[in-house]
Design a protein around this ligand. Sequence first.
Ligand code: A2P
Length: 312
Amino acid sequence: STKTQKLNTGASIPSIALGCWQSSPEDTYASVLHALKVGYRHIDTAHVYQNEADVGRAIRDSGVPRESIFVTTKVWNTNQRDPASALDGSLKRLGLDYVDLYLMHWPVPFVKPAADAKEQFFVKDPNDPDKFYNDREWDYIKTWELMQKLPKEKTRAIGVSNVSKTNLKALLAAPTTKIVPAANQIELHPYYPRFELLAYCKEQGIVVEAYSPLGSAQSSLLKDPQLTALSEKKGISPATLLISWGLQRDTVVLPKSVTPSRIESNLKAVELDEESIKVLDNLHKTTSGRIVARDWGVPVYNDPEDVPPLKK
Ligand code: A2P
């Protein structure tokens, strides 16, 4: 599908992206290269995925002009007090002059490790080694205040990720908020459909991006009995059903794959009939749950429609 959506900046964002979460550096290089070859024009990465350099190298080696590719990366939690430096770091690793979209990865500021610490993505909470050390003197609304000042030459648009309706309302109501996020990238699939948050974002002109649209490797959504029955009945693969459902509810979908044939087939979307939509819309009534199970130490899943993690 070459479908696009419009951001509140006026820019177009391709509705299907290659997701790079949980892709190794080698797999990232090969899959981004393949994706660009078969027609993807939108790549989603993040500092914490540790594959920005591989994304950048694949973009350069692809021969596809930079300006025809939409690139997203994200500021990691340890850098929320200085998103400008974090963006410079990402651009350096990517080997790009600008990104198309820069997201605040989580509304969860972390304490920054010492420059010489081996682990750069978190510090263990001194009171509980099973938890990350949150920066309690900072919050995501302050991070957004700083992100609004990022130079246009370095990021064409700014947005957020993992922001609930409750937290988004607080962000939009803050006196320091002058720019409405262009996008909110959230976990979204039929086991966690988030109808309220999606409607609220649409109302505010915020594009919603769905990560883990296939349920990720951590769930068995692709093998759901109702989904596979629908797949057989309609002659449409489970993955295509899920991707098409995502597009039909006006979200940008970010399926991740390192398998060439899947990368190719995930670019396919079909017009779903009412019956199929109904099955997918109602799947959460049988099985519901989210994939990301971590307790972030601050309210992240604080909407009435939010659900506990899926049982393993
Ligand atoms: P792989 O990367 O080995 O191809 P999500 O996008 O929800 O995070 O899901 C990604 C998971 O789904 C990965 O394990 C990926 O495997 C697998 N996957 C991606 N595309 C397809 C597909 N078309 N059919 C089956 N599994 C897929």
